[in-house]
Design a protein around this ligand. Structure first.
Ligand SMILES: *[C@@H]1O[C@H](CO)[C@@H](O)[C@H](O)[C@H]1NC(C)=O
Ligand SMILES: *[C@@H]1O[C@H](CO)[C@@H](O)[C@H](O)[C@H]1NC(C)=O
Ligand SMILES: *[C@@H]1O[C@H](CO)[C@@H](O)[C@H](O)[C@H]1NC(C)=O
Ligand SMILES: *[C@@H]1O[C@H](CO)[C@@H](O)[C@H](O)[C@H]1NC(C)=O
Length: 648
């Protein structure tokens, strides 16, 4: 009996204990549900807990009944780092009272699960006296972007804390109060918590944050924040100036390491500045850089602060560079009409001349000033009309009149008729010369205008490739790399045919040399426009600044500020960067360092002399003329000799 009573009592105690334990757990569960429900963003729950089955069941049930039901996933400590989990909008739940809690937390730590955007709720007391994190857990990387909520029970009131570390060292724990919870009032969030994490925690308390800077000359290291010698490592200096207000904004201390190049993937590892960032030596890339596909997995692109970009710049070549100027004044239809007109006039002239010849009164005496009805005489006559020259032969109606005068009394009708043929010839001559005066005038006027015009036919990369322009690029690490690794057919052809033709020296040159060449020759130069235009402003005459054109070779030709993909500071610095953009700091620096495309204020004010390319077709015509004349001469001599031989 006694024994039984004791057993029964024990069982009763157990039940009470379980109930007690259960009620505590139920409170905690309610807190979790309240917290999950308090987030306005979508949230799924991942629980790594050692709860009993009925507890899990009741938890799922409660989440299901929420206004916006949440999904829940129960996983083991081994599954924390597996990629089966969704990558976003997760809230992890674990309990320090579970026996394998250390493994769970260290697993999560090893695969950076504490990072943003994951959130955590850790049940069971994790803080010890004086708001210190339990010694076992101080190595966890709960960084400035983490949202980890610790549940702490103080005499019926639960307090929820959010701890984080500013730097990687362990001493700097900062513990924010997230909320309080008691069964009557429920969850009472602190006011400060409503501010977004990255704004709330922006004061980094002078934490040193490293950035890697690309310098190509040692001198730059001592004069980074200065405007002096801005032409040397300009990108490094301007990027540095862009970063300064961000460091001020975040109250961080600047630590700098130097790299020699921007960084490219070689044999699976990154070198240069990207290497520093990817390997964790630096948090930020202190010099702006392009977006490339390979860099996307390791870098987070934050903002593009500078106004500069990299493009091919060239002066519009003169029209004759791409076209035959002498054909341009008339449209093809007009040319065809002129040819038609010439033949028509030749035909009419022929009929006229033939008529005069037939009706001529003294056929024995040949008058050499009368147009004979043969092709060569008529052709010479028309050509002389086209080129505004006179001709030794003409149609002479008068002659016929004179010799018909004798018959005029006898045959008045015939005289009248012959009179009319005389004026007909003159009318034809008149029309012939008059038409060509007009054509000639419009042609020459048009040529004069065209000689001073520039061509706007080069608009795309393939136009550039097919043009006669010489191409070159600024001699800088990224140009050399990106040009030689281009894969698109047009870009590849540009590099192989124009920039680095096989067997000759690649056309990479200093910025200054390139700009000088741009001024003097038909040349397209791939340069940093912000810096290049500075020199253009310096060297070019006003009229030379007109007609500058740009074609971009790189798809993403704007340089960006970047940081490590998983850097805890990325949000804070991104906000800082946008802030200095909005406050105009970036514009100020850009105005000091870079130049915009110069404005053309003296268009048409220039005096362009005609050069060889302009009248090359004319020379060619002369040459062909001389050659054909010589050939014909030779031919005539031969024919003459043959005839002479035949006669003798
Ligand atoms: C919530 O907490 C604040 C102090 O943090 C307190 O002033 C306020 O009365 C609390 N509200 C409730 C409903 O308990
Ligand atoms: C920057 O951090 C230092 C060290 O924590 C602090 O004394 C100072 O007040 C902070 N400055 C600002 C502007 O918050
Ligand atoms: C810069 O200085 C380092 C050591 O001080 C030297 O090894 C390196 O060759 C120098 N680089 C240039 C470009 O002068
Ligand atoms: C890359 O690897 C190849 C062969 O594995 C080697 O020949 C080459 O030197 C390596 N390049 C670099 C930069 O390490």
């Amino acid at each position: 009996m006694n024994f039984l009573t004791i057993k029964a009592l024990e069982i009763m105690f157990l039940i009470i204990n379980i109930k007690e334990a259960l009620s505590a757990s139920e409170k905690e569960m309610q807190i979790i549900i309240d917290v999950v429900n308090s987030y306005e963003k979508p949230t799924d729950v991942v629980a790594i807990v050692c709860w009993r089955k009925y507890l899990k069941f009741s938890f799922v049930n409660k989440l299901r009944k929420l206004e916006k039901p949440k999904r829940v996933l129960f996983i083991t400590k081994h599954e924390v780092c597996e990629n089966k989990l969704p990558s976003k909008n997760l809230i992890f739940i674990t309990d320090t009272r579970c026996p394998n809690i250390k493994d769970i937390l260290f697993n999560a730590n090893s695969c950076n699960k504490f990072n943003n955007p994951n959130r955590w709720i850790i049940l069971g007391n994790m803080l010890i006296k004086n708001n210190e994190i339990t010694h076992d857990f101080t190595n966890l990387n709960i960084m400035i972007d983490s949202e980890v909520i610790l549940l702490q029970l103080y005499a019926k009131i639960f307090k929820l804390y959010m701890p984080y570390k500013i730097g990687p060292k362990n001493n700097g724990w900062i513990i924010e109060s997230f909320a309080t919870w008691d069964p009557i009032h429920g969850l009472n969030k602190s006011k400060e918590i409503d501010i977004a994490t990255s704004v709330r925690r922006k004061d980094l308390s002078r934490e040193p944050i490293t950035m890697s800077v690309v310098v190509t000359e040692n001198m730059t290291k001592s004069e980074l924040p200065e405007i002096r010698n801005i032409h040397r490592d300009t990108l490094a200096k301007s990027s540095f100036l862009h970063y300064m207000p961000i460091y001020d904004f975040t109250n961080a201390t600047m630590a700098i390491i130097y790299a020699e190049t921007w960084g490219y993937l070689l044999n699976g590892t990154w070198n240069g500045m990207v290497g520093d960032v990817a390997q964790g030596k630096a948090e930020f890339a202190g010099t702006v850089m392009f977006i490339t596909k390979e860099r996307l997995p390791v870098l987070e692109y934050m903002n593009s602060p500078s106004s500069t970009s990299v493009k091919f710049v060239f002066r519009e070549p003169s029209l004759s560079y791409e076209n035959n100027l002498f054909l341009l004044p008339f449209k093809p239809v007009v040319w065809y009409c002129i040819v038609g007109l010439v033949f028509l006039l030749m035909f009419i002239l022929f009929i006229n001349a033939r008529w005069e010849n037939v009706k001529s009164c003294n056929k024995n005496k040949i008058d050499h000033t009368i147009l004979q009805p043969n092709v060569s005489d008529i052709a010479i006559m028309v050509i002389s009309a086209i080129s505004q020259q006179g001709s030794s032969t003409e149609l002479k109606g008068q002659y016929i009149l004179k010799c018909t005068a004798r018959f005029s009394t006898v045959l008045p009708r015939l005289t009248l008729y012959l009179d009319a043929t005389g004026s007909l010839g003159r009318v034809v001559m008149f029309i012939l010369f008059f038409t060509f005066v007009f054509l000639y005038t419009s042609y020459s006027a048009s040529i004069v205008a065209l000689l001073q015009s520039t061509s706007n036919q080069i608009r795309t990369l393939s136009d550039l490739l097919n043009s006669k322009l010489e191409l070159g690029a600024e001699d800088i690490v990224y140009n050399r790399y990106l040009f030689s690794t281009a894969t698109e057919p047009v870009k590849k052809a540009i590099y192989q045919n124009k920039i680095a033709p096989r067997g000759s020296k690649a056309n990479f040159m200093k910025l200054e040399d390139g700009v000088r060449k741009l001024q003097k020759e038909p040349f397209a130069f791939n340069m940093n426009t912000g810096l290049g235009y500075r020199l253009v402003e310096q060297y070019f005459y006003e009229h030379e600044k007109c007609g500058l054109r740009e074609i971009s070779y790189f798809v993403n030709n704007k340089p960006w500020q970047t940081c490590r993909k998983d850097s805890p500071y990325k949000e804070i610095f991104k906000i800082g960067s946008f802030r200095s953009q909005e406050h105009g700091f970036n514009v100020r620096i850009n105005k000091i360092v870079y130049s915009k495309k110069p404005i053309c204020i003296a268009k048409g004010g220039k005096f362009g002399s005609v050069n060889m390319t302009d009248f090359y077709p004319a020379l060619l015509t002369l040459l062909y003329g001389i050659i054909s004349a010589l050939v014909i001469l030779l031919f005539e001599i031969l024919v003459h000799r043959k005839q002479f031989k035949g006669k003798s």
